[in-house]
Design a protein. Structure first.
Ligand code: F6P
Length: 329
């Protein structure tokens, strides 16, 4: 492909919460850039490395043997300095010193927001890649890391199911998702949970308690409830307290899966998605695209302006929600 731009030197970084598959995305960006005879630089710790001048040239061999690894070789951070004009000025001066003329930003909503502000202030072309386990980014069906996280979650839930069944206990299992219920919904459906608490939907605990008691009367002796950490009742601990206070007669346990969901080898789906988006981001920059996030919708790569990606909500699939209720009968 012939470049429509003068871009010769690209910086790549991962920012915000890490997600399995970020390494596969970095590898793809690096190798696609090298294929196009570009110089490629890794910026450490997200925006923090830009501010602190923690930047180094990457060669194809630097990204060997990482496609299968969780975490991010570039490391990541949530950067306070970059929120200030002064911090962003430092960051730009450091990029200038390396002659970096475009960026690929891998992360979530906060990463896109930083990229949008920075590109408006300094006119540097940036393309975003959706990397977060939460799957809460508009402009892509799936974010990098989501598939791995839901598989990690259901593996844990399946194990809990064995012991819950053996002891006839009720388990409340909290999964990640401060603002979004994608992980909870998918882990709940995939593990056959009796109930799913989501940030997007109010759940009446009294009604849940009533149904749990009905379950006991019909000899359903164990039950699994999946709770998204950001749901409105305060999470699994708070819900457990309410259920206990209502004198629920059977034993009740809480498991918070937590950061286990963020680590581990990425699934094949995440590796392929990350590879595709890394490749698309570099191609996109060379085609003259900027200020956009790459995504895959219905198996097609698309680019969404940061503005739209940041401000639009990706709603949960209502059919899935309804189906989850019906299948839990
Ligand atoms: O952004 C993904 C996410 O995993 C959320 O689901 C979770 O609430 C948050 O990150 C936790 O972030 P931290 O690791 O900074 O506590």
């Amino acid at each position: 492909m012939k470049s429509k731009t003068n871009i010769r030197r690209i910086g790549v970084f991962t920012s915000g919460g890490d997600a399995p598959g970020m390494n596969a995305a970095v590898r793809s960006v690096v190798r696609t850039a090298i294929y196009h005879d570009l110089h490629i630089f890794g910026i450490k710790n997200g925006y923090q490395g830009m501010v602190d001048n923690d930047i180094q040239r990457l060669e194809a061999k630097n990204v060997a043997n990482i496609i299968q690894r969780g975490g991010t070789i570039l490391r990541t951070a949530r950067c306070e300095d970059f929120r200030s004009k002064e911090g962003r000025k430092n960051a730009f001066q450091n990029l200038e010193a390396f002659d970096i003329d475009a960026l690929v930003a891998i992360g979530g909503n906060g990463t896109y927001t930083g990229a949008q502000i920075f590109s408006k202030e300094y006119g540097i072309p940036i393309i975003g890649i959706p990397g977060t386990i939460d799957n809460d980014l508009f402009g892509t069906d799936r974010t990098i890391g989501f598939d791995t996280a839901i598989n990690t979650a259901i593996e844990a839930v399946d194990k809990i199911r064995d012991t819950a069944n053996a002891h006839s206990r009720l388990f409340l299992i909290e999964v990640m998702g401060r603002h979004a219920g994608y992980i909870a919904l998918h882990a709940g459906i995939g593990s056959g949970a009796g109930k799913i608490f989501l940030p997007e939907k109010h759940t009446d605990i009294d009604e849940v308690i009533h149904n749990l008691q009905k379950d006991l009367r019909r000899q359903k002796l164990f039950n699994l409830i999946i709770v998204a950490e950001g749901e409105a009742n305060g999470g699994a601990m708070a819900i457990a307290k309410r259920i206990k206070e209502a004198n629920y007669p059977s034993e009740l346990k809480v498991t918070i899966i937590g950061h286990l969901q963020r680590g581990g080898a990425p699934s094949c789906n995440d590796r392929v998605l990350a590879s595709r988006l890394g490749y698309a981001a570099v191609q996109g920059l060379l085609e003259g695209r900027a200020g956009v996030a790459a995504g895959v919708i219905s198996d097609e790569v698309i680019f969404t302006p940061f503005e739209e990606a940041i401000n639009s909500n990706k709603p949960l699939n209502q059919d899935l929600l309804k189906m989850a209720e019906i299948l839990a009968l």
